[in-house]
Design a protein around this ligand. Structure first.
Ligand code: FAD
Length: 702
């Protein structure tokens, strides 16, 4: 959520927060907070930081009717919050603001006047957890000792909740659902239906649209609001700037970077430009690419642990930037310098300024991403002709037509508008509208495929290049933003760049020498602390990335004389000739592995495993047999071994596709446990649940 905010205001906030963190115990003592908990709420704290975090004050000082909080991890919840804010303001003239839920305290939720409305847009993350920015709020709202007002109720509070979740996970939308229940139980008044969206079914956008179509009329009735004809009211103002030269941001992330200063800590607003030390193609295929890329972090001070993620800050391709400029008639202004101002005290400028149209489009907007039906409706008034306007309106209101003519063709915004207006430029669309409506480019994450024990100063990733040609008749191809960027950098290293080029030398050549902006995100996906514990790893496709790291780590330990436990790896792909990742590496760790690992495990007097004997690899090549074989089938075939390893304390890991694979694997494991231990399926389900709570079952899925 907070990820895509890069403006100075946020930097200041980060500085303040960092300051506050280091002064914890003196300035905003933890104890003081605990005292406030004990005394119940209502005692207004006099400290400045508490005031800035006061919801009631924020609403009143900014003259707002509605505040929309987001608990966001990747930015989606934040985007929906912004959309609700805009729609409520344009439809009913309500004064609205959005806010990161992390930036506020909620002790005085009972003091929110009844003419205000609070909207919560809350994503559920991982195993039913709140997003990082909502952890504090979540703990507070679930604290049994919290008492609101005399009768401990929130009867004045008017609210509504939209949850974002993924139904392939067990705790689907847990945060949204429980928040709604909790607020209901505290007597708060919900002004519309509870809503939720499902990323797992791929219906998030349509779920949101269906919900808000119900919400707004109910809200209108409840509050007696008057509906206006929705007109676009800008929140940002784009003005020509007098600035030129060194003070203009051409894609640099912050002021220090603009001045050429490289200094950590590295994050989304201050990534490290890491030199690419090596890159190689992993597939043997005429039309598919997978790249193993190594980043040199030796000069960065960055540290990582095996199992962490690398976050990569991508940019848009030359071709897509040009098409985007062209469809809005901005080509001539590409390098004009602009300033962006906020017209609302609570709005934020989402990138550093002054800057140029090219830099905004290339480095800050998700121009290649999904087009939403709602965007087509709201952009329609700016269409270049009556016909284009009608078509945009129609596509915006018809779910079916939109699906067949835009979504299923994977059109991005430039392509969709080009088709709607039959090639005529949309010159009337204000640039502020574009910046406010198009999502911000967010980092792409990759499971690190190197071991920090083996290689503390090199990070490698393993990425499949996304390229989708939905309609074979048309020459339109949707190119994944980050992976084609990686491919272009790799081609650059090889000295033969092809189509789909990027500004790989970066703004002011700051990425010259093949550097890519990145930072490390720590994860909980970790090897057992005891290296003797057996591990079972399920990693089809690029899901094998972190397991390469795990295997390398164990081999490194073994080479140093540390006793290690056995590792069982299930890998799947199309064919042994085309996309068998790291084929040559696995053999060296499994050279002397006993064929019958079960017998070996049963033999008390066995000799210890070595770096050439600890791995057993099982493969599933889906296109080599008449019946498709997947990793879960292989897992089933090895039921006895799997159960044996689990009985001796094995950790079970799954990485890769969240949509189906992870669920199928879990279901297969439940079958195995049920059969091998002669227990009911529901008992076996409990065993797996327990494994999860004890971290013996870990997932890294996307
Ligand atoms: P994007 O541009 O983001 O497109 C991705 C997909 O979105 C497209 O293929 C398409 O299905 C859809 N899409 C985009 N635009 C449109 C449109 N206009 N219309 C319709 N559909 C559209 N990937 C790896 O290869 N290896 C890893 O080890 C790995 N680890 C990961 C770990 C984590 C924790 C997470 C969250 C993800 C991981 N991923 C990994 C996935 C990776 O982050 C990227 O999502 C992936 O590489 C695609 O990025 P991209 O920018 O190239 O594609």
């Amino acid at each position: 959520g907070q990820l895509d905010v890069l403006d100075i205001a946020v930097l200041v906030l980060i500085l303040l927060a960092t300051g506050a963190y280091f002064t914890k115990g003196s300035l905003w003592a933890v104890e003081e907070k605990e005292d406030r908990y004990k005394n119940g709420f209502g005692n207004e704290s006099s400290s400045l930081s508490a005031d800035a975090r006061n919801v009631v004050a924020a609403l009143e000082e900014n003259g707002k009717d509605v505040i929309i909080f987001y608990g966001s991890q990747t930015g989606t919840a934040e985007d929906y919050a912004t959309r609700i804010s805009k729609e409520a303001s344009q439809k009913y003239g309500l004064a609205t603001m959005t806010a990161d839920i992390e930036d506020y305290d909620f002790e005085n939720l009972d003091k929110v006047p009844s003419d205000k409305v609070i909207v919560f847009v809350m994503a559920t993350y991982g195993e039913g957890e709140p997003t990082d920015n909502a952890v504090q709020f979540w703990e507070f709202i679930n604290d049994e000792d919290v008492e609101f007002s005399e009768d401990s109720s929130l009867k004045n509070l008017k609210y509504v909740v939209f949850g974002l979740g993924n139904s392939t996970y067990e705790h689907y939308n847990l945060i949204g659902r429980s928040l709604d229940k909790k607020l209901q139980s505290l007597g708060a008044h919900r002004i519309g239906p509870y809503g939720e969206g499902d990323d797992g079914a791929g219906s998030m956008e349509e779920d949101y649209l269906a919900w808000k179509e119900e919400l707004f009329p109910t809200w209108q009735k409840e509050e007696g609001l008057e509906e206006h004809e929705a007109v676009y009211e800008p929140v940002l103002e784009i003005v020509d700037s007098e600035d030129s030269g060194d003070s203009v941001f051409l894609g640099e992330f912050n002021k220090a970077q603009l001045q050429g200063v490289v200094k950590g800590p590295f994050s989304v607003s201050n990534p490290y430009a890491a030199p690419v030390a090596a890159a190689r193609e992993m597939f043997n295929s005429p039309d598919r690419n997978c790249i193993h890329m190594e980043f040199d972090i030796s000069d960065s001070g960055l540290k990582y642990n095996t199992g962490d993620h690398l976050a990569l800050l991508a940019q848009n391709s030359d071709d897509e930037v040009t098409k985007f400029l062209k469809i809005f008639g901005l080509e001539d202004k590409r390098n004009s310098v602009i300033d962006v101002k906020t017209l609302d005290s609570t709005a934020k400028v989402p990138f550093p300024t002054p800057t140029t149209y090219d830099a905004v489009i290339r480095y800050h907007l998700e121009i290649n991403g999904h087009v939403s039906r709602q965007l087509l409706s709201s952009i329609a008034p700016f269409a270049p002709s009556e016909d284009a306007k009608k078509t945009a309106m129609r596509l915006g209101s018809s779910k079916e037509e939109f699906a067949s003519k835009i979504a299923q063709k994977y059109y991005n915004l430039a392509k969709a508008l080009d088709v709607i207006s039959e090639g005529v430029a949309w010159k009337n669309v204000p640039f502020s509208f574009i910046v406010e409506s198009v999502n911000h480019l967010i980092p792409r994450y990759y499971s690190i495929s190197s071991s920090s024990k083996e290689n503390p100063s090199t990070i490698s990733i393993t990425a499949v290049v996304e390229s989708i040609q939905a309609d074979k008749e048309s020459d339109y191809v949707l190119k994944g933003v980050a992976t084609n960027y990686i491919l272009d950098v790799k081609n650059g290293l090889d000295g033969k760049r092809k189509a789909c080029t990027y500004q790989i030398e970066g703004p002011r050549n700051s990425l010259e020498g093949k550097k890519i902006p990145m930072f490390v995100r720590h994860s909980n996906f970790k090897l057992p602390s005891n290296p003797q514990k057996p591990i079972i790893m399920i990693g089809p496709g690029t899901g094998v990335a972190p397991f390469r790291a795990f295997v390398h780590e164990r081999a490194t330990l073994a080479a140093k004389g540390t006793p290690i436990g056995p590792a069982l790896l299930f890998f799947g792909c199309r064919s042994s000739k085309e996309d068998f990742l790291y084929e040559e590496e696995w053999t060296q760790y499994s050279k002397d592995t006993p064929d019958d690992l079960i017998k070996y495990l049963e033999d008390e007097g066995r000799s210890p495993l070595t770096e050439s004997s600890f791995l057993k690899l099982e493969t599933a090549f889906s296109r080599e047999t008449s019946q498709k074989v997947y990793v879960q089938h292989r897992l089933k075939e090895h039921a006895k071994l799997v159960n044996k390893l689990l009985k001796s304390g094995a950790f079970f890991y799954v990485c890769g596709d969240a949509q189906r694979m992870a669920r199928d694997v879990q279901s297969t494991l439940i079958d195995i446990i049920s059969e091998q231990r002669s227990i009911s399926r529901s008992k076996a389900e409990d065993v797996v649940k327990n494994m999860r709570t004890q971290n013996l079952y870990q997932e890294d899925v996307w």
